[in-house]
Design a protein around this ligand. Structure first.
Ligand code: IMP
Length: 199
């Protein structure tokens, strides 16, 4: 059976990629399940660089296909910040209640048309022969005026979706996976691997 190692320790991401790969006959392993433990410094300045840095670091330890993702929030009014620094914005240990309120405060008085934002997800693959593949996908929305919703994580409570009229923290996991940057990127990467004859 073909194996894919997904460079994450996040159980939610693993579950999502396993659901998407169902029926392909591919086994998806976490780094831990593959017995690989490496500390990767994500010092790239783009989502593409960071995803590839992670995938390459793990690929050095295996012959399997390796996938890695990097994602974040781009707020147009803030020159696309926090971007690749989304997890580190205001400090890694600062709560998202505080981070989300800070973004709302920075956009005080800014009209809806200028509050556009997107979640970005890049998935990179390193193939057994050393070739790379990469896909960038987005979920478009705008920054709300207050946090809302109990689902999701991170910046979801302030990320408003026009098509739902609520934040991405107020829709179900299934609804979000169907439209999210990560869901789209995982499905696009599955297609690229199929077209490359790798799975
Ligand atoms: P990672 O690359 O998946 O670790 O994501 C980096 C950061 O981007 C997360 O820590 C969140 O702050 C933010 N982020 C990425 N995707 C989402 C999402 O779907 N909802 C909310 N925040 C997200």
């Amino acid at each position: 059976m073909k194996k894919i190692i997904f460079a994450t320790g996040n159980a939610g991401k693993l579950r999502e990629i396993r659901e998407i790969m169902e029926g392909t006959g591919v086994e998806v392993l976490s780094m831990k399940e593959a017995g690989i433990s490496v500390d990767v410094v994500e010092d790239g300045t783009t989502f593409e660089e960071n995803a590839l840095i992670k995938a390459k670091a793990i690929a050095a330890h295996t012959d399997a296909i390796v996938l890695a993702d990097d994602s974040g929030l781009e707020v147009d009014y803030l020159d696309k910040a926090p971007g690749v620094y989304s997890a580190r914005f205001m400090g890694e240990d600062t709560s998202y209640d505080i981070k989300n309120q800070a973004i709302i405060d920075k956009l005080e008085g800014v009209p809806k048309e200028q509050r556009t934002a997107r979640f970005v997800c890049v998935i990179a693959a390193v193939l057994p022969d050393g070739r790379h593949l990469s896909t960038r996908q987005t979920m478009e929305g705008y920054i709300g005026y207050h946090a809302e919703g109990e689902n999701g994580f991170g910046y979801d409570p302030i990320f408003m979706l026009d098509e739902y009229g609520c934040s991405s923290a107020a829709i179900s996991r299934e609804e979000k996976n169907a439209i999210s940057h990560r869901g789209k990127a995982l499905r696009a990467m599955k297609k690229m691997l199929e077209e490359a004859g790798e799975i």
